[in-house]
Ligand binder design. Structure first.
Ligand code: BV8
Length: 237
């Protein structure tokens, strides 16, 4: 990949698995022992906001304790080496940013931000602490996690489509491609754009035209980055 090429990286829960954050599919459809509809839908929020706040407070605590792993770091090194890298992540953690990646789009929101239940434009960084029932926005409405629940529209999806449509190379890491519309992004890439999938189940998950690398992220991503950086050094005048 030449250094002018635009590398777009689509990541899912799998890239954070080796940082100790559970993937969505690890727990046979349960998520930290909760049914999705109870903790990650607007209906669940209406039914039991305290349960939902507890669920996200626990996950936020895990994210704060987690550390970026070699896959997050390798992607940040590629950007630091001068490659044109944009990460579109389904994850709500901040491990890409903490590894040093600058250009990150969160399709499904960020667990380290809170937003107004009444006005989604009111977003508040949660540098410390959690969200409790009674924590209100400037308009007096309850704060909720700034994440996209199942059944909610994905506001950043159009932006993500535009980014992928400009890719010269698409790298997909650690996603089961089960969640829509995120999984459709694969089909937004230009027809001549090579696509690589790094995942322990890559061969089973990959469409024909995708190069599958059956490996965990921290084993599959760093060698790709080393190869691209070596290629670039050879290209240097
Ligand atoms: C919408 C934020 C419309 C919250 C998340 C039936 C069929 C198809 C679609 C649907 C359907 N019924 C409903 C839908 C739509 C629904 C959907 O896709 N449901 C799925 C479950 C079928 N989608 C939606 O509701 C979306 N909205 O459609 O809106 C609309 C339009 C207009 C107006 C109103 C509505 C919104 C979806 C967003 C949901 N929010 N996250 C939170 O995180 O708490 S999604 C959530 O799931 C996470 O973001 C997570 O990233 C994602 C799961 O996907 P993956 O990242 O792929 O993770 P997964 O666990 O599945 O896979 C992990 C992978 O890692 C595996 O492949 C594994 O092999 C691999 N792995 C494991 N270890 C490693 C590894 N890889 C590398 N290294 C390792 N070490």
């Amino acid at each position: 990949m030449n250094s002018k090429a635009r590398l777009v990286v689509l990541t899912g829960a799998g890239i954070s698995a080796e940082s100790g954050l559970k993937t969505f599919r690890d727990g046979d459809g349960l998520w930290e022992n909760h049914a999705i509809e109870d903790v990650a839908t607007p209906e669940g929020w209406q039914r039991d906001p305290e349960l939902v706040l507890r669920f996200y407070n626990e996950r936020r605590d895990q994210v704060r304790r987690a550390k970026p792993n070699p896959a997050h770091r390798a992607l940040a090194e590629l950007e630091a080496a001068g490659f044109n890298v944009c990460i579109v992540t389904q994850n709500i953690d901040d491990l890409h940013e903490r590894a040093g990646s600058k250009d990150v789009v969160h399709l499904h929101g960020e667990v380290l931000k809170a937003r107004s239940n009444a006005d989604p434009r009111l977003v508040y960084p949660l540098t410390r602490g959690d969200i409790k029932l009674g924590d209100l926005c400037d308009k007096g409405s309850q704060l909720r996690p700034d994440v996209v629940w199942f059944g909610e529209a994905v506001p950043a999806y159009g932006q993500a489509c535009d980014i992928v449509a400009e890719a010269d190379l698409l790298l997909v890491v650690g996603t089961s491609l089960a969640v829509m519309p995120a999984a459709m992004l694969l089909h937004e890439a230009p027809t001549d754009c090579p696509c690589i999938l790094v995942d322990p189940n890559a061969s089973a998950l990959s469409p024909q035209w995708v190069r599958a690398i059956d490996a965990p992220a921290s084993r599959g991503v760093p060698p790709l980055v080393e190869h691209w950086c070596r290629q670039r050094r050879l290209e240097m005048p």
